[in-house]
Design a protein around this ligand. Structure first.
Ligand SMILES: O=C(O)c1ccccc1NCC(=O)[C@H](O)[C@H](O)COP(=O)(O)O
Length: 214
């Protein structure tokens, strides 16, 4: 099975077009105001309209209020929600939408294979489990984590589809896919010029590296 690709943290129309043209399966919009990749719901509607059928729009939140999440659902109509903060399973489920839960691997309490698996198990209702690096901020750090921490997640038959993120780029993604065999990979910094500004050439190179890794 081929490895799907999500390009996250898009803020510009040309970058959405570049991701779609390169064959991305999903594009991620960040609704976390402190991020350099933040997009307002109004701007997100414009970006969303550039995305054709068969490519998913993912709306990313970090500990957002119910009102803010619902506003994005109503205005932007994302295909899937991504909760990247400390949201409980109930909080993720309350919108009746498909969702991915992101885990900040390497954080205190999430720093052994057993702890990672136990935490993930609470989110059985998720459509995917996304693994990103623990960093001072909440994500999009460009740092890789110890992929060995996923060994129990990968081995369990109860696992939800694994989305691997954190420090992936054209040079690291092949080895990461070989080690984890994820359902999908997720990249932000690795295809950027600066925060929220993507590079079409880097997106194409990343897509090619993933294709060669299958
Ligand atoms: O991108 C952000 O600024 C961000 C802010 C808060 C929470 C999550 C955020 N991004 C998450 C992601 O974009 C993905 O997990 C990403 O692919 C991993 O980031 P990177 O290591 O930069 O590739």
């Amino acid at each position: 099975m081929r490895t799907r690709v999500k390009i996250c943290g898009l803020t510009r129309a040309e970058d959405v077009n570049a991701a779609v043209a390169a064959g991305a399966d999903a594009v991620g919009l960040v609704f976390y105001p402190p991020s350099s990749r933040y997009v307002s719901p109004e701007n997100a509607c414009g970006l969303r309209n550039l995305v054709p059928a068969m490519v998913s729009v993912v709306a990313l939140f970090v500990n957002a209020s119910n009102e803010d999440v619902q506003q994005v659902i109503d205005q932007v109509q994302p295909d899937i929600l991504q909760f990247h903060g400390d949201e409980s399973p109930d909080e993720c489920e309350q919108y009746g939408r498909r969702y991915m839960k992101a885990f900040r691997v390497g954080a205190p309490g999430l720093d052994t294979p057993q702890a990672v698996l136990e935490t993930c198990r609470r989110y059985r209702s998720a459509s995917a489990w996304l693994f990103d690096s623990y960093s001072a901020g909440y994500g999009g750090s460009g740092k890789q984590f110890d992929l060995g921490l996923l060994e129990m997640v990968i081995a369990t038959p109860e696992s939800r589809p694994v989305v691997l993120a954190g420090g992936l780029n054209v040079e690291t993604v092949g080895a990461a896919i070989a080690q984890v065999a994820p359902f999908a990979v997720d990249v932000s910094s690795g295809v950027e010029i600066s925060g929220g500004v993507k590079c079409a050439g880097k997106i194409r190179a990343f897509m090619q590296a993933v294709a060669l890794s299958r």
